[in-house]
Design a protein around this ligand. Structure first.
Ligand code: SAH
Length: 290
């Protein structure tokens, strides 16, 4: 095993209570200790050990020590604003097609959960620009990102109201997590390169409907789609193989669209003019793309 693999002072470690499942993020600091209601673990006892060891508190409670995955990290990191959950982050990653070298515009920064995913995907040759009006959120997000990635990451934070405009041009992706994304459809059409992608995450259907309709009505966008992702955990324990009793039943809806040439013809995703007379016309499995 290489020295790289051993836990070092300064690193973020996830401690999982093996009896109750409760999770804690700690930053290993020599001389400090993790305190639980059943004794404590001096950080020094973890430094120099490989990931996956079980640490035992002074009163015998057992904690599994691992470097957190990105999904585990965003769930446990300090939050100002509500984060986007891992199931939706994973969906955004592929459906908004975030990839190496891209320039991605984001709003707002919030706690930085989505930003961390975007930074991982665009890589060192890409760039993320995040608009955030609340400086205390921006500061917290920056701390969360720095604790995970170290001091160097290609993020520009713009402490300004994104509804007043997106400054960047020829960007690859615009990804929005704020209350009124429909107000940015025109600005995104100007900022995005041809073929670029717009993605908005909203918690309610009136919001999703409004942004979807704004995209469908805009001549520079096509292929608008709205969906949600449900993740249902299963209990697998001997003969008891069944869905878990509880699940996160609702987080939010994603609406996506492609930036196209304004004269691409037709308005894919828009219902035909007589749709109101024919309920089935809006229920066809495939939108007619002109
Ligand atoms: N996606 C983030 C959470 C974003 S919460 C995460 O995963 O952690 C929504 C954020 O949008 C809040 O921080 C809020 O302050 C910010 N916001 C709301 N309206 C805004 C605007 N007009 N311009 C910039 N930021 C805005």
């Amino acid at each position: 095993m290489g020295a790289e693999a051993l836990l070092r002072a300064g690193e973020v470690v996830l401690l999982v209570d093996l009896r109750r499942g409760k999770r804690h993020l700690i930053t290993l600091r020599l001389g400090q200790a993790f305190h639980s209601d059943r004794g404590f673990i001096p950080h020094d006892t973890l430094v120099g050990l490989p990931e996956g060891v079980v640490a035992v508190t002074t009163r015998g409670a057992r904690y599994l020590a691992l470097r957190p995955t990105l999904a585990e990290y965003v769930l446990e990191m300090p939050r100002g604003a509500q984060i986007i959950y891992p199931k939706d982050l994973a969906t955004i990653a592929l459906f908004a097609d975030i990839g190496p070298g891209q320039t991605v515009i984001e709003a707002g920064l919030g706690s930085g959960a989505l930003t961390l995913v975007l930074l991982r995907l665009v890589g060192p040759t890409g760039r993320v620009v995040s608009y955030e009006t609340r400086v205390e959120f921006a500061r917290r997000a920056h701390r969360n990102i720095e604790a995970r990635l170290g001091p160097d990451f290609p993020l520009t934070v713009r402490a300004q109201d994104v509804y007043l405009g997106i400054e960047e041009r020829e960007v690859d992706r615009v990804v929005l997590d704020l209350p009124e994304p429909w107000r940015l459809v025109e600005a995104a059409a100007v900022a995005l390169r041809a073929g670029g992608l717009f993605c908005a995450y909203v918690p309610t259907i009136p919001q999703a409907q409004r942004v979807h309709e704004a995209l469908s009505a805009h001549p520079a966008f096509a292929l608008a789609e709205t969906f949600e992702t449900l993740l249902r955990p299963w209990n697998i324990a001997g003969p008891s193989v069944r869905p878990a009793h509880r699940m996160v039943a609702h987080t939010g809806f994603l609406t996506l669209a492609r930036r196209v040439q304004p004269d691409a013809g037709g308005r894919p995703g828009t219902a035909p003019p007589d749709a109101s007379e024919d309920a089935d016309a809006t229920d066809r499995p495939d939108p007619e793309v002109a």
